[in-house]
Structures are given as structure tokens and as C-alpha cells.
Design a protein around this ligand. Structure first.
Ligand SMILES: O=C(O)CCC(=O)C(=O)O
Length: 278
């Protein structure tokens, strides 16, 4: 397990994202790569390309239960639950699922700015993503974050179906405001958003609160391919917060079971989709 400093724990809580350098040694990275390849060889029904046929085209798959044993085994071998518990000081840790991204051909535009919590029926301080790529990722090609945004506004999600407007809302009826057009605003006023990122070598990982505004990580001729595996976890301080399902959404499939009527809003989140790993 890598050593985690108090400063890193504070930065994760306050800024919302840190880099853990050398989280995966070579043989550990191979375990991650094997889990990634199992995900590619056995995709879920939901896999596909967001923004297919455009410069934003990205292969994406997530939460594939058929591959759950592979990911749980990788997490166990890598001691990731212990690392996550240490970052938060949480007694328990749940694995909420994997996500796989591939961008290829030196032409894969930015991933939309979004907060993963707009897709989750829970919030709270102990929710995070561990994001690792198998290629070196220069800062210009890395995931970007808006500092502290996991502690402020919950925005609507991105529908991921409009390459010209990444702010197109996921939820049709909600009090959550529409995502701001951060790319347009930063072009006009570079200091408007406090954006930060980290370059990465293979074995390094970005660790971020799933509710932070994050996006970017395009591929370019300098960094023409990216294969990324993300593991998501939550801890004792994650609380049920139903999604605004009633008004409809841009999901193209049945998501009615994302909310759990057996839970009361605000109570500790216990999901049938998650596995207790610590
Ligand atoms: O890798 C990407 O392009 C997006 C990553 C992301 O949105 C996530 O890890 O939640």
C-alpha cells in the first residue's frame, strides 16, 4: 500500500482530487490491465460509444455485474479497500462499480464536464473514483477538476448525447441547475473556474470525490490513445439521496430501480448494487 500523507487526505476532502503517484507497481498494474481486458472481452449490454462518429467518440462501459468477481478479486489483491479507508478514515468501504473508457486514434475530444453524483442515488463526503490509465498522460490530456466543486452545487447531469452541447440535461425535471458551459466560460475568462489537473505515468492514479466537476482528458497526436479503468467506492458517510426519476431522463433504458423506496433520504446508503469490500 502506498503511504498517504495527512496533506493528501486534507487535499482530497477540500479540493476534491489528488494524484497518488505509484499507487500501482508494475505487477499491480498488470492486475488492473487484466481486469480491464476482461471488461473489454465481456462487455455489458450498456457498453457503447458516446458521441459516436464525432471527434468526441469514446468507448464506455460500466457496472457490468457479470465481471464483478474479476474486479472484486483485483481490489482484494491490490488492497484498494484499505487505501480508500485510509484516505477517508472510514471503517467500511463498498465497491460501487467499475467504468471503462477508451479513446483512440489521436482524435477523441474532451469528455463532458459533469459530476458523477448526478447519476447516483446518494451523496456525502465518502464517495470516490480511482482513475488509472495504462499510458503516460500529459497534463494537457488528463482529466481536469474544478477545485472544491464537490462541496458546492449539485448540477443536473450531462445527457452525453449532444456533441455540440455537453450541458444538455440528463434529468428533465429537477431543481438541480443545468451544467454551466465551463469550456466556453474559461475561453472568455480563463480565471472564472479554478481548474486543476495532474500529469500521470503508468501506475499513478487520480483519486477524486465523485461529486467534483470533472471532464476533459482528450486524446491528441501527442497522446493518441487512452485506456482507462475507474473503480468507484463509497464509505460510511454516504447517504441516500433519491434521483429525480419522476420527470423522466435521457437514459435510453429502464432506470427505475436506481432509487430504493426502502431507504429514507439521509439515511446511510446501503445499495443492492454495491459490494462491501472492507
Ligand atoms: O475518462 C474520462 O474520459 C471520464 C472519466 C469520468 O468521467 C469518471 O471517471 O467519472
Amino acid at each position: 500500500m502506498v503511504t498517504i500523507s495527512e496533506e493528501q487526505k486534507r487535499a482530497l476532502a477540500k479540493d476534491g482530487a489528488i494524484v497518488l503517484r505509484g499507487l500501482f507497481a508494475q505487477e499491480q498494474l498488470e492486475i488492473m490491465r487484466e481486469a480491464f481486458e476482461v471488461g473489454i472481452a465481456n462487455p455489458s449490454e450498456l457498453h457503447g460509444y458516446s458521441f459516436a462518429g464525432t471527434e468526441y467518440e469514446t468507448f464506455n462501459d460500466y457496472g457490468n455485474y457479470a465481471n464483478r468477481p474479476t474486479h472484486l478479486e483485483a481490489i482484494g489483491k491490490l488492497g484498494l479497500a484499505e487505501t480508500v479507508a485510509e484516505l477517508w478514515g472510514s471503517k467500511h468501504v463498498w465497491f460501487y462499480g467499475e467504468e471503462i473508457f477508451i479513446k483512440k486514434g489521436g482524435l477523441g475530444g474532451r469528455s463532458p464536464w459533469h459530476q458523477d453524483t448526478s447519476y447516483f442515488a446518494f451523496d456525502g463526503p465518502q464517495i470516490l473514483n480511482i482513475w488509472t490509465s495504462f499510458e503516460p498522460i500529459p497534463a494537457a490530456n488528463s482529466l481536469e477538476f474544478v477545485r472544491g466543486s464537490h462541496r458546492t452545487i449539485q448540477y443536473n447531469g450531462s445527457s452525453y448525447n449532444n456533441a455540440k452541447d455537453h450541458t444538455m440535461p440528463l434529468w428533465h425535471e429537477t431543481e438541480w441547475p443545468r451544467l454551466p458551459d465551463i469550456e466556453d466560460e474559461r475561453r472568455k475568462s480563463p480565471d472564472k473556474w479554478d481548474i486543476f489537473t495532474f500529469d500521470l505515468e503508468p501506475g499513478d492514479a487520480l483519486v477524486f470525490h465523485s461529486g467534483i466537476l470533472h471532464g476533459g482528458a482528450p486524446v491528441t497526436p501527442e497522446c493518441p490513445e487512452r485506456h482507462t479503468l475507474v473503480y468507484r467506492f463509497y464509505g460510511d458517510q454516504a447517504y441516500y439521496r433519491p434521483l429525480p426519476l419522476e420527470g423522466g431522463s435521457s437514459y435510453g433504458y429502464d432506470i427505475s430501480d436506481l432509487n430504493d423506496p426502502s431507504l429514507t433520504p439521509g439515511e446511510p446508503y446501503r445499495s443492492r448494487f454495491a459490494d462491501l469490500v472492507l
